[in-house]
Design a binder for this molecule. Structure first.
Ligand code: PGA
Length: 238
């Protein structure tokens, strides 16, 4: 299966004019663009080669849940992928592993491909707790979909590497891929593992050259059309 690059725009850009420009510049095969919710519909109408992703969803289909968005609503906007449990949501909004698990299950039920994000803090890493944290986030995050055969992506994104310009090493990522696969395997699941955290065109190849690393989740560098296209081009070589 070919590699996958996810452009996580986070809360950017501010204007729809800039979002339109960036969507046009980034429209290449092999890329999933995950813009903020208000831009989904027009990004869907602009892109011809890239696919569409969302940055979150809620686990209920409808009802009294102010501010939430359902998988069915996202499907209706041509969304195919959804990022779930990003560390910025876990840290800023208190998303727990159990909430993340419900979201993963809702995504699968609605026919969306979940991108489950896991990653340890600098402090947890310093205390040699990374393995424990990742095992738990994967085990609980995937617990409600044990045994399913549809596509699931797990993004290992060490929190200390996100937005810092200092990525993890490919060697550590390969260890994490093994841990994630073993943990998913105990739930009778096969997952695709991708890396996230300060990926840019200059370092993407170091990760993407390995078969086991099936893609990248890119934040900051995805806001520059030329740079994200370069990363996709590197991914296409492998
Ligand atoms: P970054 O973000 O590429 O800016 O480090 C990655 C992410 O948070 O998904």
């Amino acid at each position: 299966m070919s590699k996958i690059i996810i452009a996580n725009w986070k809360l950017n850009p501010s204007s729809s004019a800039d979002a339109k420009k960036l969507a046009k510049e980034s429209d290449v095969k092999g890329l999933v663009i995950a813009p903020p919710f208000p831009f989904l519909e027009f990004v869907a109408s602009i892109i011809k080669k890239a696919k569409l992703g969302a940055q979150d969803l809620f686990w209920e289909e409808s009802g009294a849940y102010t501010g939430e968005v359902s998988g069915t609503q996202l499907k209706g906007l041509c969304v195919e992928y959804v990022i779930i449990g990003h560390s910025e949501r876990r840290m800023n909004l208190g998303e727990t592993d159990e909430m993340v698990a419900k979201k993963v299950a809702a995504a699968v039920k609605d026919g969306l491909i979940p991108i489950l994000c896991v990653g340890e803090t600098r402090e947890q890493n310093d205390k040699n707790k990374a393995v424990e944290v990742i095992e738990q986030e994967v085990r609980i995050g995937l617990s409600r979909i044990a045994g399913i055969t549809s596509e699931i992506i797990v993004a290992y994104e060490p929190i200390w590497a996100i937005g810092t310009g200092n990525p993890d090493t490919p060697e550590n990522m390969l260890k994490m891929v093994k841990l994630i696969q073993e943990t998913a395997g105990r739930l009778n699941l096969k997952v695709r593992c991708i890396y996230g955290g300060s990926v840019k065109a200059a370092n993407a190849e170091e990760f993407l050259k390995y078969n086991e690393i099936e893609g990248a989740l890119v934040g900051g560098a995805s806001l520059r059309g030329e740079e994200i296209k370069e990363i996709v081009k590197i991914a296409a070589k492998y």
